[in-house]
Design a protein around this ligand. Structure first.
Ligand code: GLP
Length: 248
């Protein structure tokens, strides 16, 4: 397990882009697992810059996002499909047909979640999965108590997550209470994983996930079981870590 402590969000974006881009050069076509939230935005900015400078080509890249709110149209400005278009897909030479986000409007969410799993399997799995972390230790929308072998499914959001995410909505009441998320088991099957964390509100989640016991109570701690995981953490989010980790 590798933990890289970086000075700020910009360095977090550069370091994580370096990891992913060097892996992308090894294999074509390539499958990326992507995350939403404010944390991966500096990474997406790096992707866009390097794409414009000709350092990376997205023409043969396929993507699978971790999660989506149940009930929001893809055109809703808080849907994760909308976020991905705005923060990455609209600015690089990716084919939108090759980008996948779980369907929060499916009539049969369970069947659509199973189909999402099958699609990932059919393309040979995810090469590199990008993750953020919730202040309660969630990954994707796998809230505390999610089975460590869970698959893509519909979940109920905790009050903690609804409160955290209400900053993006006009009113707390507007935050959806359910989501579809890849499972922890799904995430653990990715060949490589990078988890990004920044900000003082992630100190406790990072300390528990990186150095605490592996437990369903802290979903991100399951990554300790992954053979190829890198945590890229800004200094202000890393103040709870006690072991000697790499400084960028
Ligand atoms: C949401 C997403 C997570 C993300 C988390 C943290 O709950 N489902 O994938 O990691 O927010 O968001 P932020 O990066 O804005 O702190």
């Amino acid at each position: 397990m590798r933990v890289i402590i970086v000075t700020d969000k910009n360095q977090m974006g550069r370091v994580s882009a370096d990891l992913i881009v060097s892996d992308m050069k090894r294999k074509c076509p390539y499958t990326l697992g992507l995350a939403t939230g404010s944390t991966p935005v500096p990474l997406y900015k790096e992707f866009i810059r390097r794409n414009h400078e000709g350092q990376i080509d997205f023409a043969t890249v396929m993507t699978f996002n971790l999660d989506e709110y149940v009930g929001l149209e893809p055109t809703h400005d808080q849907s994760y499909r909308y976020f991905m278009n705005k923060e990455l897909f609209d600015h690089v030479n990716i084919s939108k047909k090759l980008t996948h986000v779980p369907d929060g409007r499916a009539r049969d969410v369970a069947a659509s979640a199973d189909a999402y799993e099958a699609q990932i399997r059919d393309v040979g799995g995810i090469d590199y999965q990008v993750l953020g972390i919730g202040s309660n230790g969630h990954i994707g929308f796998n809230e505390p108590g999610s089975s460590l072998s869970s698959r893509t499914r519909k979940v109920r959001l905790t009050q903690n997550t609804i409160r955290d995410n209400s900053r993006f909505f006009a009113r707390k009441e507007d935050v959806p209470t359910e989501a579809v998320t890849m499972g922890i088991g799904t995430i653990l099957e990715s060949r490589k994983v990078v988890l990004l964390a920044s900000g003082a509100n992630k100190v406790e989640a990072i300390a528990k996930a990186v150095e605490g016991p592996v437990t369903a109570t802290v979903p991100a701690s399951a990554l300790q079981m992954h053979p190829h995981v890198t945590w890229v953490v800004t200094r202000d989010a890393a103040t709870g870590l006690r072991l000697e980790w790499e400084q960028a």
